[in-house]
Write a new protein. Structure first.
Length: 319
């Protein structure tokens, strides 16, 4: 059967016999077309939205719809969009809040870029792995998120927005903590790379390959923006764990190989599950903690973690 996909004006936008393929290719467009609300706007550089409800019910044509208003990060400005899914709205709202605070607190933003001790050397440490300028801007962004947004009540009104700005004096201290953590982590990562370059014997190849894959994941492009702040602040401990693993590797090959098999099984299961973005980031953080428990147990983990707990986390996410 030939299926025709039409827009709200009746115009054919795609056709084919595979309904699933059509939905995958155009589903997001269809979802976007369902939600058009007078509340939506763009181009704001300060809070001009009045009180922003967490959800609303409205009619579009003869259909009653429920939407979730949220701020949207537009780069040089912030907008408002009504989302179909609450999780997407929450994630977008946090990102939009961070951007709006940076736009409102431009002087503090510039001060952080100039005065955070070690910020520029951090960029040099990272330059062999990725774009240093993106990293530095990401650190400023993460500083605002850690100080003014993360683990704090949602901001949905002008009064709440202004009240949170009162905490701007904490930005420098939080930013310096983040710089120190990442600088130390990158120093350790680079030292591990040097050590691994000398470990050319075939018996080390599997472990070295696994560690390099771990480092590539931890320091991927935009890692500062994509990693939940609670895990970002643990990076130095993660790299200490890698250092300990390399130091113990020669006399610990069989146990190391067994640990790798546990990790591979969990990673394969993770890739099979259709985790949403937030659940995936959380699980990836738990996997780094699991690595600590496997290879450097003496360092301790931030949260209780085990293979069984991780499997249970995947089961909950799949429900």
């Amino acid at each position: 059967m030939l299926v025709r996909l039409v827009d709200d004006r009746g115009k054919v936008v795609a056709m084919g016999r595979d309904l699933d393929a059509l939905f995958q290719a155009h589903g997001s467009r269809a979802a976007e077309q369902q939600f058009h609300h007078d509340l939506e706007q763009s181009g704001a550089t300060d809070w001009v939205f009045g009180d922003l409800a967490e959800s609303l019910v409205f009619k579009q044509g003869k259909i009653q719809l429920k939407g979730f208003p949220a701020l949207v990060d537009e780069g040089a400005s912030v907008g408002v969009k009504v989302f179909e899914q609450v999780q997407s709205a929450q994630q977008s709202h946090r990102s939009g809040l961070v951007r709006l605070y940076r736009l409102r607190l431009k002087d503090q933003d510039k001060y952080l870029a100039k005065k955070l001790d070690g910020l520029k050397p951090l960029g040099m440490y990272y330059s062999a792995r990725g774009d240093a300028s993106s990293l530095l801007d990401g650190i400023i962004h993460a500083t605002f998120r850690l100080t003014l947004v993360e683990n704090q009540p949602d901001v949905r009104s002008q009064a709440d927005f202004e009240a949170r700005i009162a905490r701007r004096g904490e930005l420098f201290e939080q930013g310096q903590k983040l710089v120190n953590v990442l600088k130390s982590a990158l120093e350790k990562a680079n030292a591990c790379e040097v050590k691994m370059a000398t470990m050319t014997a075939p018996v080390f190849s599997a472990a070295v390959e696994d560690i390099r894959a771990q480092l590539n994941e931890l320091f991927r492009p935009n890692f500062v923006l994509e990693t939940p702040p609670k895990w970002l602040m643990e990076y130095d401990r993660y790299l200490e764990g890698v250092t300990v693993r390399l130091e113990k590797l020669q006399g610990n090959l069989i146990r190391d190989q067994s640990a790798q098999q546990e990790l591979q099984a969990l990673e394969a299961r993770m890739n099979q599950e259709a985790l949403d973005e937030e659940a995936l980031k959380e699980f990836q953080g738990l996997m780094q903690e699991f690595r600590i428990s496997l290879f450097a147990q003496a360092l301790g983990t931030r949260v209780p973690v085990s293979k069984k707990r991780l499997e249970q986390a995947l089961n909950r996410s799949a429900e």
